[in-house]
Each structure stands twice: as structure tokens, then as C-alpha cells.
Design a protein around this ligand. Structure first.
Ligand SMILES: [Zn+2]
Length: 257
């Protein structure tokens, strides 16, 4: 009886230790709120996506850590584990930050970004550049860059906030799951050619990216199974839920960014 109790206590202790390790892995920097993460099943296992904030994501794919657009204003990356892969969508300060990237680098880190981002980054690490429609086969994933740009939202000068050719979105394939991380874009016609997207991150804030109506239009073009509006700043997230409420095949998930 005593030993049975002791065994029970041990099991509880082990469970608590596992929970602690898991939470501490995604625990944000001192003083920040706890970040949310979702888990996804694949044909071979699972992966987690942590919503760090704004446009910053962390994907943990069987202990391969993939960071997307890491920036210090969203988290203290000096306290976070080193990256196996870093993907940068474009050169604006809410997506590209040399300090955050430097904290995440180890010798083997694969760092991928468009040419313009590379030209503005001041680090010693090797950088692989990518442009829309490039495809790369990585050791543990497949990667495709897709266009990301503005059509209707322009600066006062008439220039788009995001010029065609400067930034990209990424379609990342992990096992049998395809994840589309749009970067900063509008509902561009190229989205009609995207297929089998399981998880999509679409930016939703004016004037830089899309209104909820434009996000709904984008989602209807390629019908992701799961849609996360991100990069939404103060945009009312209820609107996108309402706009897509009859599209029951799209699971619209609102998370804290
Ligand atoms: Zn942005």
C-alpha cells in the first residue's frame, strides 16, 4: 500500500516535471505574458506552433525549431532556444531584426530571406536568399516561396506598402501538412493557385495589409482547413469570424498575437 502510494506520487511528480518542461519551453521572456501554442497531428507525428506575437511564430517540429520573422519587440529571443531554421518574409522592422536573429543563431542554423532583407541585415552568418516561386527541399521540410505584395493599399507617395518582388510568403510542408505563412500581403490573384493548404496565417490590418473583408476573400480563394488571422494589431477579430461563418469547411481560429 505504502509503495503503491509512493509510486503514485512519483508518477504525479514526473507528469508535473513534463508539464513544467513543456511550459518553460514556450515561456516568454521575463515580464511578458504566456504565449499560446496549438498542436497539429501529421501522418508521422505532430508539431506545435507558438504564436509569439504580431507576425512572429515558432514551430517546433520534432525538436527542429523553425522561427518565422523573429523580432525583439515581440519577445526576448536571448532567452529562447536556438533555431534550426529562420524564415524572414521581408525587411520591415516588425519582421526583420538583426538582434533577434543573432540571439537565435547556432552554427547549423539555416537562415532564409529575400534579397532585400539580406542587404539590410548585418550579421556574419551565411544567408540563403529566396524569391517568389522558388522551391527548396530541406532536411526535414519542403519550402516554397510565394508572392506577397499590395495592390490597393498605397502610401501617400503612391508606392505600395509592400512592393511586388521585395517580400515573400512561405508554404512550408511538414510531413503531410502544408502551412502557408503569408507575410505582408493583400488578397492577390496568385492565391487562387494555392492548393491543399492545411493551416494559413493571413495578415489583417489596414492600411498595411488586409481588411477582414480582404482576408475573407483570400481565404475563399484557397480554402485553408484552418485560418489564423495574424498581424492584426487593433483590428476587430470578430469581423472575420462573422464574414466566414457560413464557410464551415474553414476553421477560423483567433489567437493572441
Ligand atoms: Zn508587417
Amino acid at each position: 500500500m505504502y509503495f503503491a502510494k509512493l509510486k503514485g506520487v512519483k508518477i504525479i511528480f514526473v507528469i508535473l516535471a513534463i508539464i513544467y518542461v513543456h511550459i518553460s519551453e514556450i515561456q516568454p521572456a521575463y515580464g511578458q505574458e504566456i504565449m499560446e501554442a496549438d498542436t497539429f497531428l501529421t501522418d508521422k507525428g505532430s508539431f506545435d506552433i507558438t504564436f509569439i506575437g504580431h507576425a512572429s511564430l515558432l514551430i517546433n517540429f520534432r525538436h527542429k525549431l523553425i522561427y518565422v520573422d523573429p523580432v525583439m519587440r515581440e519577445a526576448d529571443y536571448s532567452t529562447m532556444p536556438k533555431a534550426d531554421l529562420i524564415l524572414v518574409t521581408h525587411h520591415h522592422g516588425d519582421h526583420l531584426d538583426s538582434v533577434a536573429i543573432n540571439h537565435l543563431l547556432k552554427k547549423e542554423t539555416l537562415l532564409i530571406m529575400p534579397e532585400k532583407s539580406k542587404s539590410l541585415l548585418r550579421i556574419k552568418h551565411k544567408i540563403k536568399t529566396i524569391k517568389a516561386f522558388d522551391k527548396k527541399v530541406l532536411l526535414f521540410a519542403r519550402l516554397e516561396a510565394v508572392p506577397a505584395y499590395n495592390i490597393v493599399n498605397l502610401r501617400k507617395t503612391g508606392e505600395p506598402y509592400h512592393a511586388k518582388g521585395e517580400g515573400v510568403g512561405y508554404i512550408l510542408t511538414l510531413d503531410n501538412k502544408r502551412i502557408y505563412i503569408a507575410g505582408d500581403t493583400e488578397n492577390i490573384p496568385e492565391m487562387k493557385t494555392f492548393n491543399n493548404i492545411d493551416i494559413a496565417f493571413l495578415p489583417m490590418n489596414l492600411p498595411y495589409t488586409m481588411s477582414p473583408e480582404m482576408v475573407a476573400d483570400a481565404a475563399i480563394m484557397f480554402k485553408p482547413k484552418i485560418l489564423y488571422p495574424y498581424h492584426y494589431s487593433k483590428t476587430d477579430t470578430n469581423k472575420i469570424k462573422l464574414l466566414l461563418h457560413d464557410k464551415t469547411e474553414i476553421d477560423v481560429r483567433i489567437r493572441k498575437f
